[in-house]
Design a protein around this ligand. Structure first.
Ligand SMILES: Cc1ncc(COP(=O)(O)O)c(C=O)c1O
Ligand SMILES: N[C@@H](CCSC[C@H](N)C(=O)O)C(=O)O
Length: 455
């Protein structure tokens, strides 16, 4: 992969883009702005190692509460009839949300972070920067909901969306032009775990159109493992529903930028549409972030062992922590870890279904990043909104199984998975152990073999 590790172009940050100018000054002045939502803290707010910063928060309340208080209030009294006061209305700003946004800006090394009611809400806020006729360049392996929103915009919003293999810079270059307003990337991709060279694509995008915005969905890694703003992205967003919260007890979306004008545009949409994160969810997310490092490190070490276990038993496994992953080196040049989501194939949809249904410890569930382990069939679940024809065109195997690894005892996870693989007939059991059968296996030997159920 050419250009991996290329430093981000200086123009990648701190620039006022044409898109960020798209809202007129009048949109942002006067009574359209809330009184004064406390701005998020700048990048310089980071003083300690990330592990420390995740936990450390300054107390801002008058009683020095150790846990940031939940300001469960829709409105705030003003000091005079003409207004006055830091907050007026929770849609426009709330102290608990502000605290979370400052905390996130610090750990994401961003000028400004903003939090909304879901990951899709974050993407919606970003896509509202687009105007009819704008072109978006994005991947051919994307989270199903992202694909759905882009399809909606292409159908109803007069936005032209190019889906290309973003792991190949020349494929991206072939559709970039002055009309490219946004490049939207996921890396690792969900669910094929493909790696996209953020610095190279960002440089290409900015060369094609200096005002194009590069937005990166960092959900699969979280700020602990990857910081797209340092790799040339203009906007990073992620589903806080996943690793950041870690317990599947809330929905949230996070946006972060290093361009304060762009931050103002995003904030404008959040206030105008009312999608800011509620105070209680902001508090829950703050609590979750404190344990991000311990959770994700345990999840990741379990995921590495499970990926190696499956590979050793002959399965074709997609996980960037494996040396066999074709973009292992590229991933390591951008990220500080491989995350805890992996996928593999059995070669047969019915067998994959049987594996998923035979697992007991692994919950059959969409989502990932939670402390407990999940198993799913993306084509039937998280990515079912992408029609079968499109899935086929994009080479998405219908039998693919996604594992989202939690913090449980890894031996228990492997035992349960082994039992499910045997019970489903996904492996041949011999005196020496067991080995994958069917098209899911790495070696060509036995291709086309239909595995039989041993249950
Ligand atoms: C990669 C990715 N991005 C964005 C989202 C959207 O997040 P949310 O479910 O919080 O809306 C999801 C999952 O839903 C996802 O997997
Ligand atoms: N029914 C939902 C599916 C959510 S999938 C959640 C997550 N991103 C994942 O990849 O598992 C929908 O249609 O959005």
């Amino acid at each position: 992969m050419s250009g991996s590790g290329t430093p981000p172009s200086p123009s990648a940050r701190g620039k006022a883009t044409a898109l960020s100018k798209a809202l007129s000054k009048a949109d942002l002045d006067g009574h359209d702005l809330p009184p004064s939502p406390a701005p998020s803290s700048p990048r310089s707010g980071k003083r300690y190692a990330l592990a420390t910063e995740l936990v450390y928060t300054d107390s801002t309340d008058q009683y020095n509460a150790s846990s940031v208080p939940i300001y469960q209030s829709a409105t705030f009294k003003q000091t005079s009839g003409g207004g006055g006061g830091e907050y007026d209305y929770t849609r426009s700003g709330n102290p608990t949300r502000t605290h979370l946004e400052r905390h996130l800006a610090k750990i994401m090394s961003a000028e400004r972070a903003l939090v909304v009611s879901s990951g899709m809400g974050a993407l919606d806020v970003i896509t509202r920067l687009l105007r009819p006729g704008d072109e978006v360049v994005t991947g051919d392996d994307l989270y199903g909901g992202t694909n759905r929103l882009l399809k909606y915009l292409a159908t109803n919003g007069e936005i032209i969306v190019h889906h290309v293999d973003t792991t190949t810079p020349s494929a991206v270059a072939s559709v970039l032009s002055r009309k490219t307003a946004m490049v939207l990337l996921e890396t690792p991709t969900n669910p094929l775990i493909k790696i996209v060279d953020i610095p190279t694509i960002a440089s290409l995008a900015h060369a094609a159109n200096p005002t194009a915005l590069v937005a990166v969905d960092n959900t699969m890694l979280s700020p602990l493992l990857q910081n797209p703003l340092d790799l040339g992205a203009d906007i990073v967003y992620e589903s806080g529903t996943k690793y950041l919260s870690g317990h599947h007890d809330l929905m949230a979306g996070v946006l972060a930028v290093n361009d304060s004008k762009l931050g103002d545009k995003l904030y404008f949409t959040i206030n105008a549409t009312g999608c800011g994160l509620a105070p209680f969810d902001s508090w829950l997310l703050l609590r979750g972030i404190k344990t991000l490092k311990v959770r994700l490190e345990q999840q990741q070490s379990n995921a590495q062992r499970i990926a190696e276990f499956l590979e050793a038993h002959g399965f074709r496994v997609r996980y960037p922590g494996l040396k066999s992953h074709p973009q292992h080196a590229l991933h390591n040049s951008m990220a500080r870890g491989a995350g805890a989501v992996l996928s593999f194939e059995t070669g047969d949809v019915t067998v994959s279904e049987r594996v998923v249904e035979a697992a007991r410890l692994w919950a059959i569930s969409v989502s990932f990043g939670c402390v407990n382990s999940l198993i799913s069939m993306p084509c039937r679940m998280s990515h079912a909104s992408i029609d079968q024809k499109t899935r086929k065109e994009r080479k998405m195997p219908e039998d693919i199984i996604r594992l989202c690894v939690g913090i449980e005892d890894c031996d228990d996870l492997i035992d349960d998975l082994s039992r499910a693989l045997v019970q489903a007939g996904a492996v041949n059991v011999t005196l020496d152990g067991f080995h994958a059968v069917g098209k899911g296996r790495v070696s060509g030997e036995g291709e086309g073999e239909v595995p039989s159920s041993s249950s």
